[in-house]
Design a protein around this ligand. Structure first.
Ligand code: NAI
Length: 722
């Protein structure tokens, strides 16, 4: 028992369980812990001396963080997945049921964060007192990883606080602060951390009845039963809303609604069984596996800088130089100053540089206005940014991020001027979105110290940073870039150099496919709607307008110039040419693109499109449109993997979801192929190649993988826990 919890019975007959899972910074529900809780319950049940049980945690400021995700993520791959998932939920649920029914009162002294199965344990206690520390959040985040709480919360929470109050907590997965938890009725009291145990003991010593409200005769659901007038409406609206919000791509919210609806109309034991059945369906399905693996396990590893060369000493950035104070440079300066880094923000004139700093000033003022930041902190952050047009100010910078115009000669010029003043050890990074890093590094005296750090717009909001390794880039440069991304608390992926790198290259296939369909006569409204239904945040035409058609056209032109005879026109070429060159419809910024942007009004598809690209008499089935849009992105990612641009499937997945909004329920572009099955995927691609063109043709390399059934992801072996 020593490795998971300590037990101690005091002279009043209170058995105290102090949960402290060894070798974990936070308690998670390991099989050993559950076994030990079970043993403690039976000890308490059997001993006449024990009058009640008190559960708390030995970890500072945290109770239990939830289940161990690594135990769940591979369920999907098991041949007996559904049964195994049901059994795992039932086992935990039965343990908690035993806790609340073994005949003695149980109190939880919740000394900090209690999430998922951790909060569910508390809900099975007869009394709950929570630390009033604002960091002591409680919640049921299972829905965010494609699951429902499978240890009783869909049954106990509605029975405790009512269906209408429980549903948002269950279906949104947002954590509650202590005051909110008290107000909602999830805990009976709040107390300073040092007094929690005393309060719980006092309650236990008051000889309370060890029976939950729902086990008492004549129990009625607070706020009304599922079919009652006050709640029936909630289910109707809730179901329609969940279906709309998830486009039925995420099964968990609807499963939660069903579990609550069905389970609260029967006795709790049956309700718990219904919950386990719904849980099992989710855990054995692909969405939960994909969300857990990509958005939890792999994102966690990336955030811990798992791709950082281990043999290079840590080198956080102390003084950053940002070249170009335009849209990207000003965002980079803001995000860096917020991370406490001293920033020199340089532009060609002092006025331009000041304008860039103004961006931070405005964002900080908003933070102060909304009460998110004190004036002092805002002043301190702003003071970290030195706006200048003088290169000498860059002296002493240990990292440079260049974000001047996307022109090779200008970039070469600022590289040379900067290298003349910065230390010989400094790392120079370009934020270019399209120009290969190896080529840009030719302007550098120290190409080994040259790297790509590609941010996304708007910098302060977008969570991903794509690190691009050029032919000569050293490990020290990679380590520095990763340390910097870690300081910004963003998620890095590391890719090798190529035109468009990974993210822009694959994203480009999505917009191009949308434009190609438009050209073929597919109704643009159909293209846009199906893209959103598939889970893309915006349709390919709308997003093209956002990044501007002009920029896409410029990139195409530049590539054509660079590659000469080797250049293969993208399928979007003619549409781009027509809109940008002939019609001067350059995108949202100008008010005209595929859409019209009336001032102060809502955008709408430009009616003139129908004249340019008349609707074909026969429109494709929605499924065909969906497949084209998703498969082309996944296939291009496979090509990036084949070419060594992307070397880790996790990078491909994370980059696709966090970089350009590939639907998270798929787990990302390579998880998508694995889920469809490589053989099915290549078969469908070959069929599409016949219909739509050779861009859908799978390579020999991919066909070989399909033949041998080689997935991109192996089963998750031994990863860090929740
Ligand atoms: P921008 O046009 O808003 O800003 C560029 C800034 O560089 C301007 O303030 C300009 O005055 C300054 N500049 C130009 N020549 C200079 C020189 N010789 N010395 C000092 N400053 C000079 O452009 P934006 O959008 O910020 O893009 C900058 C870079 O970031 C480009 O390489 C672009 O490809 C890349 N990028 C852009 C993204 C976007 O969404 N706009 C996303 C990711 C990367």
């Amino acid at each position: 028992m020593a490795s998971t919890l300590k037990t101690q019975t005091d002279s009043d007959g209170i058995l105290m369980l102090t949960i402290d899972v060894a070798d974990r910074s936070m308690n998670v529900l390991t099989p050993e812990l559950l076994r030990d809780i079970g043993t403690a319950i039976e000890t308490a049940a059997a001993s006449a001396r024990i009058k009640g049980m008190l559960i708390t945690s030995g970890k500072p400021s945290s109770f239990i963080a939830g289940a161990d995700i690594k135990d769940m993520v591979n369920t999907y791959d098991r041949p007996d997945a559904l049964q195994a998932a049901f059994e795992s939920s039932k086992a935990l649920s039965s343990l908690y049921r035993r806790l609340e029914t073994f005949g003695k009162p149980v109190a939880a002294a919740i000394n900090g964060l209690a999430l998922g199965g951790g909060l569910e344990l508390c809900l099975a206690c007869h009394y709950r007192v929570l630390s009033d520390d604002p960091k002591a959040v409680v919640g049921l985040p299972e829905v965010t990883i494609g699951l429902l709480p499978g240890a009783g919360a869909t049954q106990r929470l509605p029975r405790l606080i009512g269906i209408n109050a429980a549903l948002p907590i269950l279906t949104q997965g947002k954590p509650l602060r202590p005051a909110e938890a008290l107000k909602a009725g999830i805990v009976q009291a709040l107390a300073p951390a040092g007094e929690l145990v005393n309060l719980a003991r006092t309650w236990l010593l008051s000889a309370p009845e060890p029976v939950q409200p729902w086990d008492k005769k004549g129990f009625r659901m607070p706020g009304g039963a599922a079919m009652g007038p006050a709640t029936a409406q909630t289910f109707m609206v809730g179901t329609a809303l969940a279906a709309k919000l998830t486009q039925r791509n995420y099964p968990a919210p609807l499963a939660i609604l069903s579990s609550v609806f069905e389970g609260t109309q029967v006795p709790i034991d049956l309700g718990l069984k219904i919950e386990s059945q719904y849980f099992a369906r989710l855990l054995s399905g692909p969405v939960a596996r994909n969300l857990m693996r990509t958005m939890f396990i792999n994102k966690g590893l990336a955030d811990k800088l798992s791709r950082r060369p281990a043999d290079v000493p840590k080198a956080p950035v102390k003084k950053l130089g940002v070249l170009g104070a335009g849209m990207m440079g000003s965002g980079i300066a803001y995000a860096s100053a917020m991370a406490g880094i001293v920033v020199v923000l340089l532009d060609s004139t002092q006025t331009q540089a000041d304008k860039g700093k103004e961006y931070s000033k405005n964002l900080l003022a908003k933070d102060v206005e909304r009460g998110r930041m004190t004036q002092d902190r805002s002043d301190a952050v702003l003071a970290l940014i030195n706006a200048t047009a003088d290169y000498v100010q860059l002296a002493g910078c240990d990292l440079i991020v260049e974000a001047v115009f996307e022109q090779r000669d200008i970039k070469a010029d600022v590289t040379r001027k900067t290298e003349a003043v910065i230390p010989a050890t400094a790392i120079f990074a370009s934020n270019t979105s399209t120009l290969p890093i190896t080529g840009l590094a030719e302007a550098s005296l120290r190409p080994r110290q040259f790297i790509g750090i590609h941010f996304f717009s708007p910098v302060e909001k977008m969570p991903l940073v794509e690190i691009i390794v050029g032919k000569k880039t050293s490990k020290a440069a990679i380590a520095k870039a990763l340390d910097y991304v870690g300081q910004l608390k963003k998620t890095p992926i590391v890719v090798n150099d190529s035109r468009g790198f990974y993210t822009s290259r694959v994203f480009g296939t999505f917009t191009a496919e949308g434009m190609k369909m438009l050209e073929e006569g597919v109704n643009p409204a159909l293209i846009e709607n199906i893209a959103r239904q598939a889970g893309m945040p915006v349709g390919p035409l709308a997003v093209s307008d956002e990044v501007t058609l002009e920029l896409q056209y410029k990139v195409v032109k530049q590539t054509q110039k660079d590659l000469g005879d080797k250049y293969v026109k993208p399928v979007s070429y003619d549409v781009l040419h027509r809109l940008v060159e002939d019609l001067k419809r350059i995108g949202r910024r100008s008010g005209h693109g595929f859409y019209e942007y009336p001032e102060g009004g809502k955008k709408f598809l430009w009616p003139g499109l129908a004249g340019l690209y008349p609707h074909a008499v026969s429109q494709p089935a929605p499924e065909q449109v969906r497949k084209r849009l998703l498969y082309i992105q996944a296939l291009e990612t496979a090509r990036c993997f084949e070419e060594g641009v992307v070397t880790h499937p996790a990078d491909a997945d994370l980059g696709s979801i966090l970089g350009w909004g590939f639907p998270a329920h798929t787990g990302g572009t390579l998880s998508f192929i694995d889920t469809v099955g490589v053989a099915n995927f290549t078969r469908e691609c070959s069929a599409m190649a016949k219909l739509y063109g050779p861009r859908f043709k799978p390579s020999r390399w991919l066909l070989a993988r399909a033949r041998t059934g080689q997935k991109f992801h192996d089963v998750v072996e031994d990863q860090t826990a929740a």
